[in-house]
Write a protein that binds this ligand. Structure first.
Ligand code: KIV
Ligand code: ZN
Length: 566
C-alpha cells in the first residue's frame, strides 16, 4: 500500500491479560465439531446448492462423522425451509446427529424457524445478533448497547417460550454475539450472560456460547486472549459450551482456532476446505488432520479425502486450491530434486523397517511429509513429479515405484540428466509414463551399431564353471557369427566381441532383477562399461523375459551408448 493509504488503518487493541495461560498448554483432545457448510458455506456460493445438492452434502457430512450440522437458515428462504423439511420427512437425520438452525433475533423469523423443526428428535436453535461498536454504529444506525442487548434478550425470551411448546424436540440453545472479534469483551460477556439468565442452562443442558471471529481483524494470539478472558470471566462457565467460529480474512483462521482451543474453547464451527464468506470459514479438514498428525483422534474420517473433495467440488462448483493443506492437488508433490531424494530415502527406509517387522507403532518420519499421504487416500504416485528442476532421486523413485526398475545408484545421474533435459525441452512436467518412455528410448535394448540377433550357451566340456557363447550379431549392417568363452554368459560374450575385434571397453558393473509389477515376467539388467581409451563410464539396460538375454542386451546397449558418445 502507499504510505498515504496506510495512514487510515490503526493497530488492533490487545487484551490486557498478563497472566494468560494458553501459551503453556498443548492440545490433547478434539473439540466438538459443528459443520456450517450448509449455511455459511452455502450462502457464500456464486450458485448456491439446490435441495438435492444440499441433501448430498448433508449425507457426506454425516459420513465424515459430524454430530452437529448447521442445516441453514430455514426462515430465510423456501429452499432452506424445504431442505429442513426434506431431512425430517425422508428420515435422513441419524439419531446421534443434531441439526442446527440459525435465526436472527427477530420475532417472525424465530416463529418460522420453529415450524421447520416439527418432527425432529433433537435440534440446536442458534440465535444471533451483531454486537460490535462498528456494527452498532453503522449497521444499526448508532444503536446503544442497551438496544442491542434487548434485541438478544427479546429473541431469547421468545425462543424459550417456543422451545417449551415443542416438547417432542430436545432443543439445545446456542447464542452468538456476532462480530465478537471486535466487540468490547465486557459487553460481549454482559450480553451472553443476559441470554444465559433467560435460558437457564444447567450442567446437563448447557448453553452453547459461540464467539465468532466474524471478521478476522487481528492476530491469533489476541483471539486466544479474547477467548481465555471470556472463559475466565463467564459467571457460570460449567453451564456453557464455548464455541469458536473463525473466518480467515488475515489467512490465520486455522491458527486462531488452534490457539482458541488452547485458551479453553470446547467446540469448533467450520467448513470443509474452508469454504465460506470472503476468504472463508475455518477449514475443519485442516484442523482435524493437524490433530491427527499429532496422534489425536478427532471422530472425523478424512481417510478418503479425494472422494470427499470430489463431492464438495461438484455440489459447490468451487475448486479446492492446489496448495490448500492436506487437500490441494500439489501438497504431496515434490518437484525439487533434493526434496525428492530425501522423500525417496524416507520411504525406502520406512519400507525396510516395516519389512524388518517394526510395523504397528513405527512413528512416521519421512522428510518433507508431515503425514503419510496414503492415510488420507492420496497415492504415492502423485508425490513426485518430474520437471526440469527435479533431482536424480525423483526419476529413480518414479522408475522404481511406478515401473519396477531398481536402477543402480551410479546410473541415477545419467538417467536423471536425460529426463530433465526432456522436461526442459517440453517446458512442462513429465508424466510417470513419459519418464519411463525417455528411459526406454535412451537406455534400454539399444541396438545400433551393434545388435544381438541370437545366442547359444554351452557349458565347457573340459573346464568346470566355464561357458561358451556362440552368438549371431549385426554390426554396422553386417551379420556375423562370433564365439567366446568365460565364467558366465556376459564374460563369454565380452570375450566373443574381443575376438571379433569389437572390444574397446572394460566391464565395470553388472546387476539384474525381475521387473516388479510388470504384466509379463520381464527381467532387467544393467551393465556399466568403461571406455578403454579415455576411461568414460556408460550404463546400458537390457529388458527381456530371459534373464540371460536381458544381461547380454544390457551389455550391447552400453556398448552402443559408448560408441554413440565417443
Ligand atoms: O461469522 C459469524 O459471525 C456467523 C454468525 C452468524 C455465527 O456466521
Ligand atoms: Zn460466519
Amino acid at each position: 500500500m502507499k504510505p498515504e493509504n496506510i495512514r487510515k488503518y490503526r493497530p488492533f487493541p490487545p487484551v490486557h491479560l498478563p497472566d494468560r495461560t494458553w501459551p503453556d498448554r498443548t492440545l490433547s483432545a478434539a473439540p466438538i465439531w459443528c459443520s456450517v457448510d450448509l449455511r455459511d458455506g452455502n450462502q457464500a456460493l456464486p450458485v448456491p446448492m439446490n435441495v438435492a445438492e444440499k441433501l448430498e452434502m448433508f449425507d457426506l457430512l454425516v459420513d465424515v462423522g459430524f454430530k452437529q450440522i448447521e442445516i441453514g437458515f430455514p426462515s430465510a428462504a423456501d429452499t432452506e425451509f424445504n431442505f429442513a423439511r426434506r431431512l425430517v420427512e425422508e428420515k435422513r437425520i441419524p439419531a446421534d446427529v443434531k441439526p442446527q438452525v440459525l435465526v436472527q433475533a427477530r420475532e417472525h423469523l424465530i416463529r418460522r424457524t420453529f415450524e421447520s423443526l416439527q418432527g425432529m428428535r433433537q435440534a440446536i436453535v442458534h440465535l444471533y445478533n451483531s454486537t460490535s461498536p462498528l456494527q452498532r454504529r453503522v449497521t444499526f444506525g448508532d444503536a446503544s448497547q442497551a438496544q442491542i442487548k434487548k434485541l438478544a434478550t427479546d429473541g431469547a425470551t421468545l425462543i424459550k417460550e417456543l422451545a417449551a411448546a415443542t416438547p417432542e424436540t430436545a432443543i439445545t440453545l446456542q447464542y452468538s454475539p456476532e462480530s465478537f472479534s471486535d466487540t468490547e469483551l465486557e459487553f460481549a460477556l454482559e450480553i451472553c450472560e443476559a441470554v444465559m439468565d433467560i435460558w437457564e442452562p444447567d450442567t446437563e443442558n448447557k448453553i452453547i456460547l459461540n464467539l465468532p471471529a466474524t471478521v478476522e481483524w487481528t492476530t491469533p494470539n489476541v483471539h486466544a486472549d479474547q477467548i481465555e478472558w471470556f472463559c475466565r470471566n463467564l459467571k457460570e462457565r460449567d453451564k456453557a459450551i464455548i464455541s469458536l467460529h473463525t473466518h480467515n480474512d488475515r489467512g490465520t483462521g486455522v491458527a486462531a482456532t488452534e490457539l482458541g482451543l488452547l485458551a479453553g474453547a470446547d467446540r469448533v464451527e467450520g467448513t470443509l476446505f474452508g469454504n465460506g464468506e470472503r476468504t472463508g470459514n475455518l477449514d475443519i479438514v485442516n484442523v482435524a488432520l493437524n490433530m491427527n498428525s499429532h496422534g489425536i483422534p478427532t471422530g472425523l474420517d478424512f481417510s478418503d479425502l479425494p472422494s470427499i473433495r470430489a463431492v464438495y467440488e461438484r455440489v459447490t462448483r468451487l475448486n479446492v486450491p492446489e496448495r490448500l493443506p492436506y487437500s490441494g492437488e500439489l501438497v504431496f508433490t515434490a518437484f525439487s530434486g533434493s526434496h525428492q531424494d530425501a522423500i525417496k530415502k524416507g520411504m525406502d527406509r520406512r519400507a525396510a523397517e516395516q519389512a524388518a517387522g517394526k510395523n504397528g507403532d513405527l512413528p512416521w518420519g519421512v522428510p518433507y511429509l508431515t503425514i503419510d499421504p496414503q492415510d488420507i487416500g492420496r497415492s504415492y504416485e502423485a508425490i513426485i513429479r518430474i520437471n526440469a528442476q527435479s533431482g536424480k532421486g525423483g526419476v529413480a523413485y518414479i522408475l522404481d515405484r511406478e515401473h519396477g526398475f531398481d536402477l543402480p545408484k551410479t546410473m541415477h545421474p545419467e538417467v536423471g540428466r536425460l529426463v530433465y533435459s526432456q522436461a526442459d525441452t517440453m517446458n512442462r512436467e513429465l508424466t510417470v509414463d513419459e519418464v519411463r518412455d525417455v528411459f526406454f528410448e535412451h537406455f534400454v535394448n539399444v541396438s545400433e551399431p551393434l545388435a544381438l540377433v541370437d545366442y547359444e550357451l554351452n557349458h565347457h566340456p573340459a573346464e568346470r564353471g566355464q561357458v561358451e557363447c556362440s552368438a549371431t550379431i549385426i554390426f554396422e549392417g553386417q551379420e556375423s557369427k562370433i564365439q567366446g568363452q568365460g565364467n558366465g554368459p556376459i564374460n563369454a560374450f565380452v570375450h566373443a566381441l574381443e575376438k571379433a575385434g569389437l572390444k574397446t571397453f572394460n566391464l565395470t558393473d553388472f546387476r539384474s532383477h525381475a521387473v516388479r509389477g510388470g504384466s509379463d515376467a520381464d527381467s532387467a539388467a544393467y551393465v556399466q562399461l568403461k571406455e578403454a581409451g579415455d576411461g568414460r563410464l556408460v550404463w546400458g539396460c537390457g529388458v527381456d523375459p530371459s534373464i540371460e538375454m536381458a544381461g547380454l542386451k544390457a551389455l550391447v546397449s552400453a556398448y552402443n551408448l559408448l560408441s554413440k558418445s565417443s
